[in-house]
Design a protein around this ligand. Sequence first.
Ligand SMILES: [Fe+2]
Length: 203
Amino acid sequence: MNNSIKNMMDEHRLIEQVLGALETYIDRLKSGQAASRNTVTQFATFFRQFADQCHHGKEEDRLFVKMNQCGFPKEYGPIAVMLAEHEEGRNHVGVLADIGGASGPCSTEETNQIIHHGASFIPLLRAHIQKEDHILYPTAQQSIPPAEFDQLDAACLDFDQKTIGIDKIRQLKETAQELVQSFPPDPEKMSAASACVGCCGTH
Ligand SMILES: [Fe+2]
């Protein structure tokens, strides 16, 4: 497996942990805990800057571009589905970011919005990750010639170093650890999610 794919799969594992933390947080809100704008901002920051700008950014600006050059269209098929799901996720995270950035105690309506958008985003991104791990990335590995893949590895590393920044990535990974410690993912829900029901049918 090429370094860029291995790194993106490692990023998936971290994103899954924070999705588990968000799931725990939402369960607490459903049980009546008051929503905290700071916490919602932390989740929105991780998903917007790490999951979207860093991870989806590498996919959209590097991997999908290379796959496109190897004959995979962007307008339909797997890449189009992935792009549409990235966009759908951005809408959910956008609502969380807006609520996190507002002031004063969260209203009941805002808390319901956090629950609704969080509860929609979690299964969306979990299934999306499964499709990439089990279908899209293996397809890329089979379809992109080795020399081209070496270039892709370098281009992904360059994206992390220059477009996002290594310090920024380290900071976002620390935010992830804080969220996972504060809101530990439920092991049963995590293992049910990894069973991949209805997403790709490969296991
Ligand atoms: Fe991904």
